[in-house]
Ligand binder design. Structure first.
Ligand code: ZN
Length: 611
């Protein structure tokens, strides 16, 4: 009996720790993993998981607020630091790089959020990815477009294969935050800019899910290496980063393509892949180029299941962090150099290329091995046009791809810009971007270069809440533009005018905002629309008298008028236009100053009364 009891006791005692462990072992599966990738957590559930991890890994994880959305939700970043240092300046001084990952700017494309939760867990709880923090600090925005993220529906993403419920593309006022980086209309953008400058990350990632064609790849990505990226940084991206991430992703079991896949003809993949357009500053990655930092854009394939997408994004971030750990010192040096180069833009030296404002396809064709799907083309009785239908059988082909970028618009930067103080909206955007400027302390009259702009057309339909001089999302840059001609003039500027010197790190932001033809300039976004409005008019009987006087005095004008009558039937049939012809050419008409762009280009700061 004694023996039997002691044996029993021993058995019970031996079994106890196992029973205990089975009951209390913490479940560190992310909410998406726990649902077997049918669901993605809402914001409250996301924060609850993050706070649970932060509590379990004291000194490694900090969650910081960085502002509010339009609907009043609190924007947050998560900072993961191996040695518990959370001060950006101290981290920069330590020689570690800061990676900033943005998730859910298009809140129906929230995959990166669930990848980051898993990566965070594996860095600080399971610790199987802890080495990724050796030379890097991982900062991520779990959900950027929170108001869109909480507008949950099963019907938000028609093209996308799961999860069951997802968020909405735009923010609470239906603005696409990924068109707002330059003009900064949304409160989310304003908060982002403050946070970005507090942390000044060394590398930036923006996580998305595609729309577009069907193919075998589950991850596509691109890091802009266009002519506006510092040459040494572009070379590092091309030679050391892109191929390495591609190789590691494919080795992890995912199928990756290191570029964005846009078809030349949406109904015929055999015609090949088109140039991706380059990143303009309205976009996250285009904006980060102006900050002299590399930016990687992830596009997971919309038709792959949610587990494949989330784990693909995880593997991409892991591969990137491995490369950034390997190259931390090099990246820091490249960023230093890019900052220094940007601060020299205001002192152009002879022989230096002008600053590129826009790029397009350079005309090269590269044959690429492509893993598509078999497709059939037929005439649709519904649309009346060619329809394409994909079958999930491999179509492994070599197809042409448009490669190489060509600068289509460039400018020689001045030493500084001068903006009259009444253009407060324009100046406010520069402040939001942290661009440094000074103010004049007295009225100043002097020689500047100034643009005169004419022939502009504005979009009839709204685009991002405005009616800009921009042909839609990816339209031809100059479809609506007209022209701006530069000339030297003597101009008076009121006291308090803003002088923006270009010998600063953020010179590219100032150039893109203030050069009128730049793709996301203040002029294109409508901040200067009133300069195109006529505010004084001549009464017809007054203009009749003026016209007669002008015709008597000026034979050349008389023949110009007669020629116009003969060659322009619309003009000849429009009595008001015939009178306006004379008003526009008179000192009274010219006093409207239509199209005079108010911003001056200064060739030096000499003689300016500055604070
Ligand atoms: Zn997107």
């Amino acid at each position: 009996m004694r023996v039997r009891i002691s044996v029993l006791l021993t058995l019970v005692l031996l079994a106890l720790p196992f029973a205990n462990r089975a009951q209390t072992a913490p479940d560190w599966r992310t909410p998406a993993e726990a649902s077997d990738y049918r669901a993605t957590p809402d914001y409250a559930e996301t924060l609850a998981y993050l706070e649970r991890i932060a509590a379990a890994a004291p000194g490694k994880v900090r969650i910081e607020d960085f502002g509010k959305t339009g609907e009043g939700r609190i924007l947050k970043i998560v900072i993961v630091s191996g040695d518990g240092v959370f001060d950006p300046a101290a981290i920069h001084a330590s020689g570690r790089i800061i990676l900033l990952v943005q998730n859910a700017i298009h809140a129906g494309e929230m995959d990166g959020k669930d990848s980051c939760l898993a990566l965070l867990r594996d860095m600080v709880i399971t610790k199987n990815q802890a080495a990724l923090l050796d030379h890097a600090v991982f900062v991520f925005i779990p959900v950027y477009n929170i108001d869109g993220h909480e507008r949950r529906s099963a019907f938000n993403r028609i093209n996308q294969n799961g999860p069951e419920i997802a968020g909405w593309r735009a923010n609470g006022t239906n603005l696409n935050l990924n068109r707002d980086y330059m003009k900064a209309d949304a409160p989310e953008t304003r908060a982002f800019l403050r946070m970005f400058h507090r942390w000044l990350p060394d590398f930036f990632v923006d996580d998305h899910v595609t729309d577009g064609m069907d193919y075998q790849y589950d991850v596509t990505f691109g890091i802009a290496d266009t002519p506006d990226v510092a040459p040494a940084t572009a070379a590092w991206i091309r030679d050391a980063v892109t191929p390495e991430i591609d190789r590691r992703l494919n080795a992890s079991g995912h199928l990756s393509f290191p570029a964005f896949i846009y078809l030349v003809d949406d109904t015929d993949p055999a015609k090949g892949l088109s140039f991706d357009g380059g990143a303009t500053p309205r976009l996250a990655d285009g904006f980060v180029i102006l900050e002299n930092r590399p930016a990687l854009l992830v596009e997971l394939h919309m038709l792959k299941d949610y587990k494949t997408r989330v784990t693909g994004n995880y593997e991409l971030l892991r591969a990137l962090l491995e490369v950034l750990n390997r190259d931390a010192a090099r990246l820091i040096a490249l960023n230093h150099q890019a900052d220094a180069d940007a601060a020299k833009l205001g002192a152009p030296v002879a022989g230096q290329n002008p600053f590129p404002l826009a790029v397009d396809w350079g005309g090269q064709i590269t044959q690429v091995a492509f893993k598509g799907y078999q497709f059939t083309r037929s005439t649709s009785e519904i649309s009346g046009a060619i329809r394409i239908a994909y079958r999930h059988e491999p179509w492994n082909m070599t197809i042409p791809m448009q490669t190489g970028a060509r600068v289509t618009l460039s400018v020689t930067p001045p030493a500084a810009y001068i903006i009259p103080p009444q253009w407060t909206g324009v100046i406010d955007v520069l402040s939001a971007h942290d661009v440094a400027f000074r103010r004049t302390t007295a009225p100043w009259t002097g020689k500047v270069e100034r643009y005169h702009c004419s022939g502009m057309q504005w979009t009839a339909s709204p685009f991002e809440g405005r009616h800009p001089i921009i042909a839609g999302d990816w339209g031809t840059l100059n479809a609506h533009f007209g022209q701006c001609a530069l000339s030297q003039e003597t101009v008076s500027f009121p006291s308090g005018s803003v002088v923006v010197p270009l010998n600063q790190r953020l010179s590219k932001v100032a150039i893109h905002w203030l050069e009128p033809e730049a793709p996301d300039s203040a002029l294109r976004w409508g901040f200067f629309d009133t300069i195109f409005e006529q505010k004084e008019y001549g009464e017809s009987y007054v203009l009749e008298k003026l016209a007669r006087e002008m015709l008597d005095k000026d034979p050349a004008l008389k023949s110009e008028f007669e020629h116009r009558l003969e060659t322009d039937a619309n003009f000849a049939a429009n009595p008001r236009a015939r009178l306006e012809f004379f008003y526009e050419r008179s000192p009274w008409g010219r006093e409207n100053r239509i199209g005079d762009y108010p911003v001056g280009r200064l060739l030096s700061l000499d003689g300016l009364p500055l604070n």
